[in-house]
Ligand binder design. Structure first.
Ligand code: SF4
Length: 879
């Protein structure tokens, strides 16, 4: 297939994509076989990107106070508003809140404007919410934010330890790579996670640790390694600084049974893990949000790195600690200094030489000299009236921040809120005074850096629609209007990339590993043709570097890595008012706040409602039934979910997805429940363990609505919406009068048919136009709602079913119910899979694939199929 080589806009795996334009705003998407991150593989989200590139819901014109405006007026108002605020209240009265969705060039320009010219450090990014603790941990251990691993290490490892990472759902292509390594070389897999996620399905061992006990576990491991002589004494002596008294203090209190008790895992499982780690030199420890999103996330990161330094498992094939990033360009943002406490190109505020160096390079008279506010503090400062002008780019903080209701209140009070986005309506955009239409994926052009430090070119393959413009252009135009035109006279991303590369190499004698000076002088044509490469790439070194840290030298002042003494955090005393802990995370087929994946009908089928997972014993204690509605409350807010009773949960813990917004549900926002407590070093919020309670919510009826247009749900107690091809599916629950609801929700005109059963409290309506289904509403006070599949097909295929069949919710000759969709590529449902496995005696994922095609395209559903094949299986412990 021909097409444009680009990259996926979702997770930090950074898969290469080939996009071929097949029509007006239509593109065929394939994995790029030449891209080293994925070698042609894509997960379900990447595979279905083609369903998300239409113009539906796009912001295509600048808006000022809710009315369409010209660019000149909107940019002038932004520039004037920021200039006036700074003049009256000083530079720290303004802020930018940006995103790991920005391209590096966009990020670079935004950071340069705020830190170099507006004179404040107040630019922070939503990456603060996903990997700031990894950054802080790297800086404590290596003095620079450097990820020492590459994906190839996963191919070469004999043991992979996944900590706080549902890799099968959140980084599926990396998971597939791990599976390939297991197949090829028998790599062992250990998962450390409070939940038994699909990632655990094929693991050799799953340690369902108590939330927050990771430091205790890895301190226990390093004590065990010392005890059994598994330390690499030579490596430590030559390459590692160890705090005085570290080993002596480690001798106390790390009895394996005590550690197992504190982590709430069995001592024998813990012993198996320790022994496996001790005996496997080629070990990669891959960690993600379960480690980072914690009030002691930085300590967790260093506890993991300590174990690798102590065994010399770094800088060698198949041996490294590996922080995997959540967003496509979280790493690029770190490189340009998009975090409030970093400067640019891995230079720091702590070093006055760095501040001066960046000042001279940028010719920046007003350079910030102190770090700015980190995300949670930044929004707190907005609430306190200290920040009076805020520009939010490419992110939806009113959904994603912890204590999101407080952030919402803060924005309502802020005198100037500017939002650049590509979507017309998000929870955040609804509060913008000025909305600026940004270019979307497929329209913008620039670079991104993935989790393994690989910089790739994300290319455009559509022209800019309406008046949408790239973020770098928008920021540069505002800078120009504020009087900084000479420093922001960019005309194309290549110019920005060259400047970024030059800064990385500027007065860099090797002290900073982030150096891409090899690309500082590339031509526009070379930039256009840029092939993926890993940094560092110093001048004269265009090819991929040798393995980082292979020589045992680290970018610290003495060249030695630092072990950091870390202690498990204090346990919070139990509070009977909040007897549960709420954890949150991603679903397999959704991304962030559903502004893009929410447009895909196929992706929407996997999890059509916000759910809360509850252990069966907790369900019993709190009177919750599977599929019932429940209200989850914390000190910060309350949200509504559909209950999923699940043995995969630990007792006392709940899990809810992060994706649902006010645009897609009446109450499934999880951000508003999360506590705003942060790690003291990194400023990353502890999303994973908020004290909570839960109670069932009774409603008089349940129902669903299929309709071609977005409906006004103002008077419905509970609703959720997912996209279909040419329509929407709403799940509903409420107490109100069903007939009144039908009058409100169903379109006027057309032929209306109905079936009302007053005795049972059930009612069904359908509206047909020219014999074709326009909308239907089903309400039931018992559990008698039909499966949605057949009705959805009638809507999507513009079929002309009989009114009787419509009201029955099924064809005259009933079809088998497929159940919830597991394989979105081939539309294979749970019930179909279970029946085929039983009837055809299928025993492997491959056999299921041969029979039903499920799992044979993107592969994202393969762990779910594996689970169906082994319904009773705990991780086998066969290590
Ligand atoms: Fe995109 Fe999936 Fe690859 Fe992540 S793993 S970059 S979401 S295709």
């Amino acid at each position: 297939m021909a097409g444009v080589h680009t990259t996926c806009p979702y997770c930090g795996v950074g898969c290469g994509i080939r996009a071929e334009v097949t029509g007006e705003r239509r593109a065929e998407i394939r994995g790029d076989e030449a891209h080293p991150a994925n070698a042609g593989r894509l997960c379900s989200k990447g595979t279905h990107l083609g369903e998300t590139v239409g113009l539906e819901g796009r912001l295509l014109h600048p808006m000022v106070a809710g009315r369409q405006a010209g660019w000149d007026e909107a940019l002038g108002l932004v520039a004037e508003g920021f200039a006036r605020t700074i003049a009256e209240h000083g530079p720290d009265s303004v802020a930018f809140y940006v995103s790991g969705q920005l391209l590096t060039e966009d990020y670079y320009v935004a950071n340069k404007l705020m830190k170099g010219f507006l004179g404040s450090g107040n630019i922070d990014t939503n990456s603060r919410l996903c990997m700031a603790s990894a950054v802080a941990g790297h800086r404590r251990a290596f003095a620079e934010d450097v990820v020492p691993a590459s994906y190839v290490d996963l191919d070469e490892a004999d043991l992979i330890v996944l900590v706080g990472s549902n890799t099968a759902w959140c980084h599926p292509v990396v998971y597939q790579r791990i599976m390939a390594a297991r197949e090829k070389r028998g790599t062992k897999l250990v998962v450390i996670d409070p939940r038994r996620t699909e990632t655990c399905e094929t693991a050799d061992l799953h340690l369902a640790v108590k939330p927050g006990s990771d430091v205790r576990l890895f301190n226990g491991l390093i004590a065990y390694l010392a005890d059994c002589g598994a330390l690499d004494e030579k490596f430590i002596a030559r390459h590692v600084s160890v705090p005085p008294g570290f080993w002596t203090r480690l001798e106390e209190g790390h009895d394996l049974f005590d550690v197992a008790r504190d982590c709430d895992v069995s001592a024998s499982d813990l012993a198996k893990f320790f022994s496996l780690f001790a005996g496997t030199p080629r070990t990669v420890t891959l960690f993600s949000q379960g480690v980072n999103q914690s009030v002691n996330g930085t300590d967790k990161v260093n506890a993991i790195i300590n174990c690798h330094l102590a065994t010399g498992r770094i800088g060698k094939p198949g041996a490294a600690p590996f922080s995997i990033t959540g967003q496509p360009n979280a790493m690029g943002g770190r490189e340009v200094g998009g975090l409030a406490n970093q400067l640019a190109a891995h230079m720091n505020f702590e070093n006055t030489g760095d501040i001066d160096r960046v000042r001279r390079f940028w010719g920046a008279p007003n350079i910030a000299r102190t770090p700015g506010l980190k995300a949670v503090d930044l929004f707190r400062a907005v609430s306190e009236g200290k920040i009076k002008a805020l520009w939010i780019m490419a992110t939806n903080p009113l959904v994603s921040l912890p204590d999101a209701n407080a952030a919402r209140d803060a924005l309502k009070k802020c005198p100037l809120v500017v939002v650049s986005d590509c979507i017309t309506r998000t929870d955040t955009l609804d509060l913008a005074h000025i909305a600026l239409p940004a270019a979307a994926w497929g329209e913008k052009d620039g670079t991104v850096t993935n989790s393994e430090r690989r910089i790739s070119h994300q290319r455009r393959f559509f022209s800019l629609p309406g008046e949408a413009r790239p973020d770098w252009w928008i920021v540069s135009e505002v800078a120009r209007r504020m009087g900084y035109g000479a420093a922001f006279a960019y005309t194309k991303p290549a110019e920005i990339f060259r400047e970024h590369a030059r800064l990385s190499a500027f007065e860099n004698d090797g002290a900073r590993l982030f150096d891409i000076g090899a690309y500082a002088g590339i031509s526009d044509e070379e930039y256009e043709a840029l092939a993926p490469f890993q940094w560092p790439a110093r001048k004269g070194e265009r090819s991929d570097p040798t393995r980082l840290f292979a020589d045992g030298r680290f970018p610290t002042s003495d060249g030695r890595a630092r072990m950091v003494e870390v202690a498990p955090g204090e346990e919070r005393p139990a509070d009977p008012s909040w007897p549960l802990l709420l954890n949150s995370g991603r679903l397999r087929d959704q991304w962030h706040t559903m502004t893009r994946t929410g447009l895909s009908p196929r992706l929407s089928r996997h999890s059509p409602e916000p759910t809360v997972d509850v252990h069966p014993k907790d369900a019993e204690s709190f009177g919750l039934k599977d599929r019932a509605l429940a209200r989850v409350e914390t000190r910060y807010g309350a949200s509504l979910y559909r209950v999923r009773v699940s043995e995969a949960q630990r007792r006392g813990e709940l899990f809810a997805p992060i994706h649902w917004t006010d645009q897609h549900s009446s109450g499934g926002r999880t951000g508003r429940l999360a506590q705003p407590l942060c790690d003291p070093v990194s400023g990353q919020p502890g999303f994973k363990a908020t004290p909570a309670r839960i109670r069932t919510v009774e409603t008089a009826w349940r129902g669903f609505l299929l309709t071609r247009t977005v409906a006004d749900m103002a008077s419905t107690n509970y609703w959720t919406r997912v996209t279909l091809a040419g329509g929407h599916l709403y799940e509903l629950a409420g107490d109100g009068d069903a007939a009144a609801l039908a009058a409100q929700l169903l379109p006027q005109g057309g032929e209306r048919v109905e079936a009302i059963d007053h005795t049972r409290g059930n009612a069904r309506w359908a509206v047909l136009r020219d014999g074709k289904l326009e909308a239907c509403l089903f309400i039931a006070s018992d559990a008698s709602l039909p499966p949605r599949d057949w009705l959805i097909r009638q809507l999507e295929e513009h079929a002309a079913p009989s009114p009787l069949a419509l009201l029955a919710g099924r064809p005259a000759k009933p079809e088998p119910d497929r159940g919830a969709i597991v394989c979105v590529c081939f539309d294979v449902g749970l019930k179909t899979l279970v029946a085929a496995i039983a009837d055809q005696r299928l025993t492997s994922v491959e056999a299921v694939g041969s029979a039903l095609k499920a799992g044979t395209n993107c592969g994202s559903c393969r762990p779910a199929i594996a689970k169906l094949l082994n319904p009773e299986k705990e991780a086998s412990h066969a290590v």
